[in-house]
Design a protein around this ligand. Structure first.
Ligand SMILES: Cc1ncc(COP(=O)(O)O)c(C=O)c1O
Length: 421
């Protein structure tokens, strides 16, 4: 029996399914990671993995980047979480505003909190009740997000969670990503009662799905026509493709943007940002409540500041080159073994699908053979490759990955492909 096996048996008595977030679970049991550094993770049994899950996205610099680790050690001696205004939140906040062109922001402790508060802010600001959301987009684990959600919601077959009152679920209108007609329909039916449209600009929770030309522009236009707000959830995409947000690459501007993952340097974080006139609706100046004991805590701020200072001088094009190589290589290996495979990628985000057709939205994503993906995942894990543990997750690359890891991965996945063919 392996150490991970033993540890899982114990964890399963402490935590439901032995994990503290459902997407970390996979059959027969997750491996227990003791150490993680650069592109590698090391488990309790002495196995090494090349990691493409990267903590589900924050570690764009690789695990435990020395600048981040050093900043944390220094900050621990200064102040950990005084629960007060502090210079560390000011420093990181200023960096984010300058990089993204946002006017004002607030830190939260997770992406879940950020989108939950962004939705409340949109409702408070417009005085309207309905939210339009894309099927298969995941915005965290709160009630307004868990309607036709992505990520573990698809993997574990519960895209709409039990425990959400129908009165609440009824205020969220699911529509189809890359289908403006479905959004127009929602507005025709609920028009002046829609507070906001929320979407990930690039879907990262039904695999990777890119917006088609004109889709985000169309959303902006519909929101403007109906005086509804556009919320872009950049928890994954913020600082992912360049030192700033995804919107800057498209020219589309959201009314409220949410951030998370990368901006915390690997510590728990989230943020919402908007114009001053909208942000001032938040308490105590305004009447929309938003709060968090640990929000803006100096440890997260120190890690985030250190990470952004490195990212500012990083050459993002290398992530794009590596994702082209690895995704192209994996699809080639799978097809050479007679398997149906397709894939999507952008910058350092990629996902391969066991699917005959192109994946453009939730409906095409769920036609993928998710069992086949998990078999491929398991054989790759045995061979020291840690892909995202679900067909509907995203694989990521970091600046610590090099051509060596990519070549090594492509050799090892040959074996996984032969085994499942
Ligand atoms: C797009 C998006 N929004 C929100 C969240 C929720 O963030 P967190 O897990 O930090 O609560 C996630 C998490 O994966 C996400 O991918």
């Amino acid at each position: 029996m392996s150490e991970s096996d033993r540890m899982f048996k114990k964890s399963a008595e402490i935590f439901p399914s032995g994990v503290n977030s459902p997407v970390r679970y996979f059959s027969p049991h997750p491996v227990f990671i003791r150490r993680a550094s650069g592109p590698h993770m090391f488990d309790e049994d002495g196995n090494t993995y090349i990691d493409y899950c990267l903590g589900f996205g924050p570690h764009i610099l690789g695990h435990s980047h020395p600048a981040v680790a050093e900043a944390l050690k220094e900050q621990a001696d200064r102040a950990i979480s005084p629960g007060t205004a502090n210079r560390y939140e000011q420093e990181l906040g200023q960096m984010i505003l300058e990089a993204t062109g946002e006017e004002m922001m607030r830190f939260t402790n997770s992406g879940t909190e950020a989108t939950m508060h962004a939705i409340r802010l949109a409702r408070g600001y417009t005085g309207r009740k309905f939210i339009v959301k894309m099927e298969g987009c995941y915005h965290g684990a709160h009630d307004y997000s868990l309607i036709k959600t992505g990520s573990g919601g698809i993997t574990f077959g519960s895209p709409s969670s039990r425990g959400i009152p129908p009165e609440v679920a009824g205020t969220v209108i699911p529509v189809t990503f890359n289908d403006l007609n479905s959004v127009e329909d929602a507005f025709r039916n609920f028009g002046k009662n829609i507070a906001a449209v929320i979407t990930e600009p690039v879907m990262g929770n039904a695999g990777v799905i890119l917006p088609e030309d004109g889709f985000l522009e169309g959303l902006r236009d519909i929101c403007d026509r109906y005086s509804a707000l556009l919320i872009l959830d950049e928890v994954i995409t913020g600082f992912r493709f360049h030192y700033g947000n995804y919107q800057q690459l498209t020219g589309i501007r959201a009314d409220i943007t949410t951030y998370g993952k990368i901006i915390g340097g690997g510590l728990p974080v989230g943020a919402l940002a908007s114009s001053k006139s909208i942000m001032r609706y938040l308490a105590p100046s305004g009447s929309v409540y938003e709060a968090g004991t640990f929000s803006g805590n100096p440890m997260t701020m120190a890690a985030g500041t250190a990470a952004l200072n490195v990212l500012k001088h990083s050459n993002y094009s290398m992530l794009d080159t590596m994702s082209e190589e690895i995704l192209g290589g994996i699809i080639r290996v799978l097809r050479n073994n007679g398997l149906n495979a397709t894939g999507n990628r952008i910058g350092g985000m990629f996902q391969f699908f066991f699917n005959t057709d192109a994946v453009k939205n939730y409906n095409s994503a769920i036609k993928s053979n998710s069992e086949m993906y998990m078999k491929f995942f398991s054989y790759s894990l045995e061979n020291g490759i840690y892909f995202a543990p679900g067909q509907f997750e995203t694989n990521f690359l970091s600046f610590s990955h090099t051509a060596r890891e990519i070549d090594d991965t492509l050799k090892r996945v040959e074996i996984s492909a032969e085994k499942i063919a």
